[in-house]
Design a protein. Sequence first.
Length: 353
Amino acid sequence: MKLKIAVLAGDGIGPEIMEQGVAVLKAVAEKFGHEVSFKEALCGAHAIDEVGDPFPEETYQTCMDADAVLFASVGDPKFDNNPAAKVRPEQGLLAMRKKLGLFANIRPVTTFDCLVHNSPLKDELVRGADFICIRELTGGMYFGEKLEGDERAYDTNIYTRREVERILRVAYDYAMKRKRHLTVVDKANVLASSRLWRKVAQEMAPQYPDVVTDFMYVDNAAMRMIQEPRFFDVMVTENTFGDILTDEGSCITGSMGLLPSASTGEHTPVFEPIHGSWPQAKGLNIANPLAQILSVAMLFEYFDLQEEGKLIRKAVNASLDENIRTPEIQVDGGAQYGTREVGEWIVDYIRKA
Ligand code: IPM
Ligand code: MN
């Protein structure tokens, strides 16, 4: 297969983990005989500094021309601490989502047996938890009409039937491929937009008789994720709820640095780690490259290159088993490995496989 990849490394640790992600992508492509080309583009704080725009037109074009975007992370504290800043790196991310029509954000919450002791939850609760959160990504409060006054401010949470239907389709497709259990998370006891979600889901459910569909209020879902994370198989929810619940999901696994994601929709899909740009670690060669590397696995799987994805997952598991780990997950007395060393070990494993 021929693949054109847009590479958006962004800020903070982004360039370091991206280097390893690209190296793994190349190694897998070589092994399986795929022809891959890469084009780098600016985004985030780095793009604001260079051209005054966190998602410049040229980057947009590069993404549109590509088959897939490999994204790392954006953000810089110099913007966080400046409420008067006119443009922020995060706006680049939102612009990318909107312009590429990335309405479906797929965030797997996967636990690795050898890392469950890192979870803030008890081992026996979290071991084996494995679900996917499907977050609607281009609607709701993030993009609804806003007013930002000094005395009054609002954000509106608008959803259309079409937007709800298309994300539910994605969710049902995932449920069909997994354990056939879909949980629709909303706040239908209070919000009109949630009642539309529930109505549309209830209308669609009979088209998927093999899937058990249940409904859960978001407050209850937040609780259930902690009390019984294994309850969930596929969860689908609106933009803001999904933002919050996926952060919760990532930390209960005990391995935030290991979770990849995919955003898909109308144009080029984007693959990225769920963690942020960790500016304090920039240049220190300590960031975990595994979430970026697993995002490459999701990229291959998106193009139905299952064996390629499987090999990356196997290599990642092997690196964990052999304690080839970055400091935040290294075992007591384990050797020192940095971002680069972990990436190189995985590339080497793939070549020899
Ligand atoms: C995420 C992030 C973004 C969001 C921010 C950086 C705008 O938290 O991808 O979850 O809120 O969607
Ligand atoms: Mn978030």
